[in-house]
Ligand binder design. Sequence first.
Ligand SMILES: NC(=O)C1=CN([C@@H]2O[C@H](COP(=O)(O)OP(=O)(O)OC[C@H]3O[C@@H](n4cnc5c(N)ncnc54)[C@H](O)[C@@H]3O)[C@@H](O)[C@H]2O)C=CC1
Ligand SMILES: CC(=O)C(C)=O
Length: 255
Amino acid sequence: MAKTAVITGSAQGIGKAIATRLGNDGFNIVISDLQEDKASETVQELKDNGIEAISIPANVSKRDDMFQLVEKAAEAFGSVDVFVNNAGVDQVAPILEVSEDDLNKIFSINVNGTVFGMQAAAEQMKKQGGGKIINACSIAGHKGFSLLGAYSATKFAVRGLTQVAAQELAQDKITVNAYCPGVVGTSMWERIDDKMVDYMGLEKGQAFEKFTNDIALGRSEEPEDVAKFVSYLASEDADYMTGQAILIDGGIVYN
Ligand SMILES: NC(=O)C1=CN([C@@H]2O[C@H](COP(=O)(O)OP(=O)(O)OC[C@H]3O[C@@H](n4cnc5c(N)ncnc54)[C@H](O)[C@@H]3O)[C@@H](O)[C@H]2O)C=CC1
Ligand SMILES: CC(=O)C(C)=O
């Protein structure tokens, strides 16, 4: 029987590339996102390419949504073998200007959402005798970048949560790892660039260019570059790996 992968925030961007890659690897795919229409379009694209896929809308910042997502996915396909906590949002501002609402919003999605996703996935995976949880971190979870303070705090939190969950869930044969991309030209970076250039007094596109100039491999990252690595994390080749938050950034941060 084919294994099943659930990917949050997968209507577009990195999540969509992960869903496409895992679908091509032979997984049944559950697309989950707040953007229901876009999610349905993504499902149709996957199906047109011979991938078994459905959409189950969910808001990662709501714990009940995450439990219902896993329950419905398991009902539809019989199991949840891989759960990718990919959904995330950005926030650009100097630390001295970050508001209480800004902090609550970004933590509710990037941190609470990751916790709720891991809780829901682990409950199902324990019943099945194991599984793989994969979290979205970032270069900003390894290094602080100016104007990304709140975002960076959430991604350092994801790294910590990945390490703790890996230890707590190992006895249930559940591995927990994270991917840490660099500068990927999705809608997230369009938003980051728009806000950064205002703060930095630059022209549109120049913040993205400035970050890209620091990449050793000389180009920005494609969502598919991330998806290839997640394909490995989701595979049996990664069975002996847990608690890791691995940089896949073309050479920006070294550690
Ligand atoms: N784009 C980049 O350069 C990098 C992105 N990342 C991380 O990768 C992940 C994906 O990022 P991108 O594809 O670039 O972003 P994106 O903004 O293109 O896509 C994010 C998706 O998440 C969905 N989403 C947002 N809030 C949600 C919620 N509460 N519940 C369910 N879905 C929600 C959005 O509707 C969207 O479809 C994020 O966790 C991000 O922090 C990490 C490093 C670099
Ligand atoms: C969006 C993101 O994680 C960075 C630092 O590029």
